[in-house]
Ligand binder design. Sequence first.
Ligand code: KG4
Ligand code: ZN
Length: 340
Amino acid sequence: MKILGIETSCDETAAAVVEDGRWLRSNVIASQFHLHAQHGGVVPEVAARHHLEVILQVIDEALLDAKTSWSELAAAAVTAGPGLAGPLLVGVNTAKALAYAHDVALLGVNHLEAHLYANWLEVDGREYVIPELPALGLIVSGGHTDLILMRGHGDYERIGRTRDDAAGEAFDKAARMLGLGFPGGPAIERTARDASSASGDVKPSLRLPRAWLKGTDDFSFSGLKTAVLHTVRGETGPPPPSEEIAAAFQTSVVDVLTKKTVEAAVREGVRSILLSGGVAANTPLRETLVARSPLPVHAPPPVLCTDNGAMIAACAHYRFEALAAGPDLDPQPGMKFAHV
Ligand code: KG4
Ligand code: ZN
């Protein structure tokens, strides 16, 4: 069964064809970051207009790459939320029109649930291992930082979340303070790598704070963000080079995310950990989580961590009946998937 997945919730216009929830037949991603870089963040109206300009071409390319015609598709699955209203509207309306015109099923997918399902995709050159359930998912993206207990397909409980900034948002804001550009995650990672190759490790004097929020599975990154600001401004002493601040910031985020995730996973008695969302592309995060976890850790390759259509199609495969939608499918910018 082949499903077309369409994603437009933020600043990537993406479409992919996935067979049986596993095989990636195509994966087309048109990123708009160059349009938003000058503003240091995503401008919703600009994003929506650009999605509209390229979406049909992106979908055509995904079908062409997959050598798949509409008649071979079981469904068109689209991100219904959460995300930016204008960008979501473009994807949902396009999917609706195409599904109706080609007489295929329409499925409305939750973007965060789909991030978890990137872990069900087969990746070239890696042994294919289906994640064992129950699992604990750490979703770390630009807008969310959630710990999700996944008992089965469609059976979720959110046990932890950020109380202020999302991890990706913290990376983006810290990068902005350091003048490193947008998106901040990859920029911080690159810059921090320069620091460690130059000086070995982060200097102990440059240890930035960690918010443990003991007794909860919640996170908080706003204190760390403020500490970066004070450091950059030289309020805590002569400002260190940006590479060292970037490295200290990343080490702090990685330390908290990995320790709290492993602790919760062990306590809940899950069988695996699912790392997902854009920040999951971060190499130190991936490596530290693997090193600290006594359980198998699944993490998609970086290109499937950031927003893509393949994860939408994979999620739709496993949740086909539950996600079936009709012509009344509307974008839901605040869509939830795990009961709190
Ligand atoms: O999942 P995603 O592509 O979009 C949302 O659903 O938000 O996540 C985007 C976020 C951005 O904040 C970006 O800075 C961050 O993921 N990110 C990274 C890396 N690559 C992307 N953060 C840290 N390290 C990376 N290599
Ligand atoms: Zn995302």
